[in-house]
Write a protein that binds this ligand. Structure first.
Ligand SMILES: Nc1ncnc2c1ncn2[C@@H]1O[C@H](COP(=O)(O)OP(=O)(O)OP(=O)(O)O)[C@@H](O)[C@H]1O
Length: 266
């Protein structure tokens, strides 16, 4: 959701001259899972319910994010940590505007870009074609795409073991696909870039390159969020970290302090 209280392009400067890019205000996200009275949501069970006129499906609720609030500023890289199922990916998707919030609100500068390992590229098209489509979809001009495409392919490293850029993406390993997705998204300057585990999928050499790129994106005044189970990636990339547990914000502060508390929990 875009900030409706600020006209586009305005820079409300608060808190010692820092420019806020994302304001998360008491956000709750609830997933509603439809469980059929006769078991399941398949067309077969739905038809059985219709024919037998049994009750509408039961709905189970999962309250994945519970009242989270924080403000992110321009130039910050913020790590999101927490155990499995603590709500990290859900919060990122809510910031990206891909999930509706149940209560509270998210205000962002521009449209945040979510870079996940599942970001959509077309498997039947070559890496090269996906680079072009991905860049056009991010709003780049065709000349800019033409200029940047070789750099993106090189950054992704997919051609290190042969000419994979001209082969369909379905021939890529999952790591190669993730690297290409990262390379495409990182080619553009984003006001707010959300990265979900993408760095963890590359090999060591690629990880170093991508961490360097995250630093550059930060320096070009964007805000970067990084969800990762690799605490070393978070330490190397982020100076601020938010720790979520069971959907609740447990701690928000300098990375070393938050990671020390996370590692020392009983
Ligand atoms: N599409 C969905 N439908 C229903 N419940 C979901 C869905 N996605 C996530 N959940 C639930 O929401 C909660 C938070 O999940 P989420 O994926 O945000 O956690 P996470 O911290 O990113 O986990 P992980 O570290 O394992 O990736 C979990 O209880 C999960 O079961």
């Amino acid at each position: 959701m875009a900030d409706q209280t600020q006209p586009a392009g305005s820079t409300a400067v608060t808190d010692q001259g820092r420019v806020p890019t994302v304001v998360v205000d008491d956000v709750h996200v609830v997933y509603r899972i439809h469980k059929g009275a006769t078991g399941g949501t398949s067309p077969v069970s739905a038809l059985k319910r219709i024919v037998s006129r049994t009750n509408a499906p039961n709905i189970t609720e999962v309250h994945a994010v519970k009242g989270v609030s924080f403000t992110a500023y321009q130039g910050e890289a913020i790590g999101l940590i927490g155990s499995n199922g603590s709500g990290k990916s859900t919060l990122l998707r809510a910031i990206a505007g891909l999930l509706p919030v149940d209560r509270g609100a998210v205000y962002t500068m521009g449209q945040p870009s979510l870079l996940g390992v599942n970001a959509a590229l077309l498997n039947d098209l070559s890496g090269e074609r996906n680079v072009v489509l991905g860049c056009l979809a991010m709003g780049m001009a065709p000349e800019e795409v033409k200029r940047l495409a070789p750099e993106i392919i090189e950054f992704s490293g997919i051609n290190e073991r042969g000419d994979f850029a001209s082969l369909p993406m379905r021939t890529y390993s999952s790591g190669m696909g993730a690297r290409l997705r990262f390379a495409i998204a990182a080619a553009k300057k984003h006001d707010v870039l959300l990265i979900d585990e993408a760095l963890a999928t590359g090999d060591r050499k690629f990880r170093r390159r991508s961490e360097q790129r995250v630093r550059e994106l930060r320096e070009s005044a964007g805000t970067v969020f990084l969800v990762s189970h690799s605490l070393s990636s978070i330490v190397d990339t982020c100076e601020r970290t938010i720790w979520l547990e069971s959907g609740v914000l447990r701690m928000d502060g300098p990375t070393e302090e938050v990671i020390a508390a996370y590692e020392n929990q009983p």
